[in-house]
Design a protein around this ligand. Structure first.
Ligand SMILES: [Zn+2]
Length: 243
């Protein structure tokens, strides 16, 4: 039996898993790169005691989570400063503070530089402004590619939405609507294309059968590599920015 819960560890909200075990005699904490923190408790353990327990182990948890953080999402962190880099289409953009910067939303892309109005740094609302910028870019890039790929493959769709799902890069509905995660725009273009092709193909084959993967491979030979890339960067979906 596993259950997801939230806790505050050193001022950061984390999601962890509680597992009740018939065999466990005492409480055990585990931190793994893919799954984060898991707390295994004896079957009869009173859940109300968990916050206090986690508080007493705060230091250990925070140190162990930190060990895996660079591996999970190298470029996404909580507080940004000028000179930091953020990922975009598989490359790194350098954040540069600009005085009197009047771009759209105070954030503009100039080559490999993301120019950000100095006011955004002052107010501590940079993460929000960056997310807004990413969402706008994602809508632009993903709609463009979906248009092209949909006519190339010959599968039509109805509408695209850009979302902030915590568990997926893309999804589709029976009404032929496609949903994509705004964080997908951080990935290299071939990976973005793969996710779009994957979702478009689902409009024909609503499953992950052999036939489905054959259809995907017709337009995306390297789908296995792209799938692997997404798996490796999965943690970016749940960490960083306004989570
Ligand atoms: Zn799928």
């Amino acid at each position: 039996m596993a259950e997801k819960r939230k806790a505050s560890i050193n001022g950061q909200t984390i999601t962890y898993t509680v597992k009740r075990s018939l065999r466990a005699r005492r409480i055990r904490l585990e931190v793994r790169p893919q799954t984060g923190l898991t707390v295994i408790v004896p079957y009869s353990y009173k859940i109300e005691q968990l916050p206090g327990l986690l508080k007493s182990k705060e230091r250990w948890i925070s140190n162990n989570l930190a060990k895996y953080r660079p591996l999970q999402s190298p470029s996404v962190k909580k507080e940004f400063k000028s000179g930091d880099t953020v990922p975009y289409l598989g490359r790194d953009l350098e954040l540069v503070k600009r005085e009197n910067h009047s771009g759209a939303g105070g954030v503009t892309l100039e080559g490999d530089t993301l120019a950000v109005s100095s006011e955004l740094f002052k107010n501590g609302i940079l993460e929000l402004a960056l997310e807004q910028w990413y969402r706008t870019e994602a809508a632009k890039v993903i709609s463009q590619r979906t248009d092209i790929l949909s006519s190339m493959i010959g599968i039509s769709y109805k509408r695209i939405s850009i979302r902030g799902q915590k568990t997926r890069w893309g999804s589709c509905s029976r009404k032929r609507n496609l949903n994509f995660n705004w964080k997908l725009v951080m990935a290299p273009e071939p990976v973005i294309d793969y996710v779009i092709i994957h979702e478009l193909t689902h409009l024909k084959e609503m499953n992950h059968s052999k036939r489905f993967w054959e259809l995907v491979a017709q337009y995306c030979l390297e789908w296995r590599e792209h799938k692997k890339w997404l798996k490796q960067h999965e943690a970016a979906l749940t960490t960083g920015f306004c989570t």
